[in-house]
Design a protein around this ligand. Structure first.
Ligand code: HEM
Length: 366
């Protein structure tokens, strides 16, 4: 599948000291250090020091995406065995997707033609803490991950957030931000590492300023794809788009007083009740870029007046029977794509499959 190529090659490939030969870029980048560490290990007086050097060598040779996952685990005070390293607290529901007639004007992707698909959708809180209270500001932004399963068995995913921008433009900057947060403690001298990075990074300031109100429900919130994809239709015409996923009944938020009295699992208790009362519906839309819109930078919000094309409606019916098993088994990946949809060159998008694969392999480990 396309995404596997993306995981195993390119700048954000996953690699380790044991299989560097398969990644010449990595060897080039770290060869001086490897030679130095070999020499060091040859002359170090004790086995303990040699072990330390080896540990350091392994750390430095980790790919950016592995370092990001490690940093997410550290921030969440994990690891938490068998769980995701990010967006850890989630709920899985099932339903169907009915494509709109307008979808095929933009893409020939099979799930966006005339046949409905089965969908499995996971809503989640931000962060890597499995017990994070839904009322904690750190639980925003919320996540939605959608797995489309076509009648022929093929699958494709959309993984989005309840904000319309990412805080930084590259995985390296994301890692630096996570590390600045880790380095910041209650007694850090002012400005703390994280304050310093925010002061120096306008996109972080813009991200922090985006309102992140507490939703009444996971089903009363707009979600955004943030990263751009290239859609190509049957005539061979291509456009860059960003996804939007909007509840048919509109957005609804709690007042600060309601947040103060809401229970720690209010969103997770509310969704099954809502589904029992009736189907929850979201419209899937594509915001279409114009000629000069920035495609490869997820910190840049496209103008609101850009054309929105209806791609179809998600009908969510019920929580899946064994949520814990579904949580563990589902491995969403924004680059599981069908013909007619291709990734943009946004480096944040291209880093995501590698990071998700690291997280998945750790949670599947016995
Ligand atoms: C460099 C950028 C990013 C990194 C390194 C990253 C990393 C991760 C990791 C490690 C996971 C856990 C995956 C798993 O265990 O299955 C995750 C989950 C998630 N991420 Fe990202 N992420 C990035 C950017 C984004 C962006 C731009 C979005 C949305 C547009 C996003 C939305 C989500 C959501 C919704 C989940 C939960 C998926 C689920 O329900 O299984 N992430 N991310």
């Amino acid at each position: 599948m396309k995404f596997l190529h993306r995981i195993t090659s390119g700048k954000y490939a996953i690699h380790s000291t044991s299989h560097q030969e398969s990644d010449p870029m990595n060897i080039q980048k770290f060869r001086p250090f490897n030679i130095l560490s070999c020499l060091l290990m040859a002359i170090l007086p004790t086995a303990a020091l040699a072990d330390q050097a080896l540990d350091k060598s392994r750390e430095i040779n980790k790919s950016v995406v592995e370092q990001i996952v490690d940093a997410q685990v550290t921030l969440a005070k994990g690891p938490y065995k068998g769980l995701r390293t990010n967006h850890t607290k989630g709920i899985v529901v099932s339903g169907t997707f009915t494509p709109a007639a307008t979808a095929s004007t933009l893409t020939k992707a099979a799930h966006l033609q005339d046949t409905p698909s089965k969908v499995t959708v996971r809503f989640s809180n931000a962060g890597g803490v499995p017990t994070i209270e839904d009322t904690n500001p750190g639980a925003n932004p919320r996540g939605i991950a959608i797995r489309f399963e076509l009648p022929d068995g093929s699958i494709t995913d959309i993984v989005s957030l309840s904000v319309n921008a990412f805080p930084v433009s590259t995985p390296e900057a994301f890692l630096a931000f996570l590390n600045a947060r880790i380095a910041t403690t209650a007694d850090s001298p002012k400005p703390s590492p994280v304050e310093k990075m925010i002061a120096e990074t306008p996109s972080l300031q813009r991200f922090i300023a985006i309102p992140k109100p507490f939703p009444v429900s996971f089903a009363s919130l707009n979600y955004h794809g943030i990263n751009a994809f290239q859609f190509t239709n049957a005539k061979g015409e291509s456009h860059h788009i960003r996804y939007r996923i909007e509840p048919l009944n509109g957005q609804e938020f709690l007042t600060p007083e309601q947040v103060a009295t809401a229970t720690p699992d209010y969103l997770f208790d509310e969704l099954p009740r809502r589904l029992e009362a009736g189907t929850v519906k979201f419209r899937l839309l594509a915001q279409v870029a114009e000629k000069d819109d920035v495609i490869i930078d997820p910190t840049v919000i496209w103008p609101e007046e850009r054309k929105l094309v209806d791609l179809g409606v998600l009908h969510l019916q019920a929580p899946v029977a064994d949520n814990a098993a579904a949580e563990k088994a589902l491995a969403f990946n924004p680059l599981i794509l069908l013909d007619g949809i291709a990734p943009s060159d946004d480096p944040v998008l291209l880093a995501r499959p590698g990071a998700y694969a690291v997280s998945v392999s750790r949670r599947m480990a016995p």
